[in-house]
Design a protein around this ligand. Sequence first.
Ligand code: NDP
Length: 329
Amino acid sequence: MFNALVVRKDEDSGKTSAAVEEIGLDDLPEAEVTVAVEYSTVNYKDGLCIGPGGGLVRKYPHVPGIDFAGTVEASSDDRYKPGDKVVLTGWRVGEAHWGGYAQKARVKGDWLVPLPGGLDTRAAMAVGTAGFTAMLAVMALEDHGLEKHHGPVLVTGAAGGVGSVATAILANLGYEVAAVTGRPETEAYLRGLGATQIVPREEINETTKRPLESESWAGCVDAVGGAMLARVLGQMKYGCSVAAVGLAGGAALPATVVPFLLRGVNLLGIDSVMQPYDNRVRAWQRIASDLPMDKLEAMIQPAVLADLPKLGADILKGQVKGRVVVDVN
Ligand code: NDP
């Protein structure tokens, strides 16, 4: 028997509730690789899946946790053997399939990535889906021509998970980082991660009637979407790119096509869930080499399984700073 955060749904009221329970190996779904989970984390999607489901959870009872890192315990997949350290993000684990909020998880071998040298399982979950996605965004900007001498790179939702890791990686690579935040009290934290400019959210959150403003940013990692993304598009330098990662501020995009047509601005979509294996391996290797571990340590808020119902509600309200690392043991 082992511990898991189990979400149950009351058929009569339709309400869900989450609590730590003891479950057994036979309760886990069928798949090739059983992993002794060491750490997981808390993402926006986890907030939805711990709570009312947000349309992501297919059936109950459910074990959430969209990412985890641990050690292979049993495997019928030739690529993995007991003792291997692995990390998992995406593939709808923790949504359609039971996830990482348990001391053991059973998943497809295709969904795993070997933990790269230089990262332990705790650091991997301090990075988590948010940090992995931040790295994909930075790689996409670089693949589209971003160079250090082009000017400042904007990071929106900077004090959140994606934003914090993007800020630390970009600053460590030598880029000048401008961090957008709605929480002025996070300024010292963001400067500690390497941001040299703090942009208050309200300065950039409102729609403007002008499709083009002065050219300010050489790149952007955008975790917010909505009106902020629309505004940022009109502030990009000629030929530069925005990596669209998230929708913390809304899914609508009240923009014009003018920045694309007159300034050759690129809008790059970033998806971490179905990302092909080779690019996953490349991103995790870049994380191991480009993310300073002391900065990563400064982002960590430790937690245990019993903390998850509250943390799930907090992240839905935008009240989590940096990266929550859940020690499931
Ligand atoms: P967090 O909640 O940790 O961070 C989001 C940040 O956005 C907040 O900390 C806040 O930053 C800012 N924010 C929140 N609400 C608003 C608002 N109404 N207007 C403007 N800014 C706001 O979430 P994550 O960093 O984990 O994820 C960020 C987004 O990326 C989410 O939408 C998530 O679903 C998405 N995502 C997408 C992935 C993909 O594969 N494309 C993978 C992972 C995440 P501050 O306080 O600094 O203003």
